[in-house]
Design a protein around this ligand. Structure first.
Ligand SMILES: [Zn+2]
Length: 190
């Protein structure tokens, strides 16, 4: 996934070349006025699988994309924010949910949208949850039999829930790749 750069984000010039900088091997948007190179790299998304009495916390999305679909609490890591702090923050923002025992659960590369998706697993503190101010319409604890598989927001959410029920918990994160080819999602577990 590539964002087209028409104006330099440093000096505002529209003299942008898409070419390979010296010492590099990939094409980048380079400003020919101030020489700034617009590198584009994957974004990190992080969140939590929170469990309480054999049930998993899901949030009904109140924002696009995939409004009204169910998801695990997760979102973009902020600059200068430690990873596990970001995961905890997203759980609190989207579901007013806390956890004292978060452990790494999965790391997936979402090739088609240049995202790295890093999920944690933990116990939902006191079983407490409620929708965040803006991002969730509803939060709910689902048992394995109740998971709304046809109403999950994203393939990576489905994959994480499958991993959760199919695989043993261990200290080693599950890893894999999600890609989208000809409008079809291809998920590869490592
Ligand atoms: Zn510039």
């Amino acid at each position: 996934m590539k964002i087209i750069i028409k104006n330099c984000c440093q000096c505002g010039s529209d003299k942008i070349n898409f070419s390979i900088p010296g010492g590099d091997n990939k094409e980048r948007y380079i400003c020919t006025s101030c020489n700034f190179i617009h590198y584009q790299n994957p974004n990190i998304v992080t969140g939590c699988i929170l469990e309480w009495e054999n049930k998993i916390l899901l949030c009904k999305r109140a924002i696009d994309p995939r409004i009204n679909y169910w998801t695990l609490p997760a979102g973009f890591l902020e600059n200068e924010e430690p990873l596990e702090v970001g995961a905890a923050r997203e759980s609190e923002e989207e579901a007013s949910a806390l956890s004292d025992d978060m452990r790494i659960f999965s790391i997936y590369s979402l090739i088609h949208i240049s995202q790295i998706y890093i999920m944690y697993y933990g116990t939902l503190k006191d079983g407490k949850h409620s929708p965040g101010l803006e991002e969730s319409f509803e939060t709910r604890l689902y048992s394995k039999d109740e998971i709304p598989w046809d109403e999950l927001a994203f393939p990576i959410i489905t994959e994480n829930l499958k991993l959760f029920y199919e695989k043993e918990k261990s200290d080693k994160p599950h890893t894999g790749i999600v890609d989208k080819i000809n409008n079809e999602y291809i998920i590869t577990r490592n």
